[in-house]
Design a protein around this ligand. Structure first.
Ligand SMILES: NC(=O)c1ccc[n+]([C@@H]2O[C@H](COP(=O)([O-])OP(=O)(O)OC[C@H]3O[C@@H](n4cnc5c(N)ncnc54)[C@H](OP(=O)(O)O)[C@@H]3O)[C@@H](O)[C@H]2O)c1
Length: 150
């Protein structure tokens, strides 16, 4: 699993959590090429795209032939977008991921419980401090989930 971050501190934690490699997307803006180098030019079978339009070109560069790009978020929203010719040559599938139904959530929670998965929780805020939680999330200082309890 190859992870990306702009923070050296987060890079250390990603390696501790099991990432095989971490790429700094600020000092290495063409990180898609580095993913290919790290995978003997094969590319990544699955790319989890949280940047959106601002990072999709690098995701296409990073994805293996006939791999999957799962479009989850848009934190790097801009108008750069994607080159459709590059996307065609990748042979990849671009799949939009959205929140599911309540029963989907319950299914997911059963899988999390059965496999004893432990989500990475950065900080829990009481409900009365929900605005502080939103500001903290917006700061980008967190690593993992920011939770509001009730
Ligand atoms: N579709 C859905 O069902 C679904 C579900 C959950 C979340 N989302 C969306 O997914 C996105 C991420 O959510 P999250 O909870 O994973 O957020 P998060 O924990 O804040 O993670 C955001 C990640 O994006 C990176 N990032 C920020 N700006 C970037 C840029 N310009 N270029 C490249 N990477 C950048 C951050 O890197 P650093 O390590 O440098 O901070 C961090 O690794 C949000 O847009 C959220 O709304 C969608």
């Amino acid at each position: 699993m190859i992870a990306t971050t702009s923070s050296e501190k987060k890079a250390v934690r990603l390696l501790e959590l099991g990432a095989s490699d971490v790429i700094n997307y600020v000092s290495t803006p063409d990180w898609g090429r580095q993913v290919r180098e790290l995978t003997d030019d094969r590319g990544a079978d699955v790319v989890v795209e949280v940047g959106g339009a601002g990072t999709i070109a690098q995701s296409i560069a990073a994805v293996a032939y006939r791999g999957v790009i799962s479009l989850v978020g848009h934190v790097a929203y801009d108008t750069t977008g994607m080159n459709l010719l590059d996307f065609t040559y990748s042979g990849a599938t671009l799949r939009a991921i959205g929140g599911g139904s309540r029963s989907d959530l319950e299914d997911m929670n059963r899988v999390i419980t059965a496999h004893k998965l432990r989500p990475v929780i950065d900080r829990v805020f009481p409900f009365e401090e929900a605005l502080d939680a939103a500001s903290y999330l917006a700061s980008g200082a967190h690593f993992g989930k920011v939770v509001i309890s009730h």
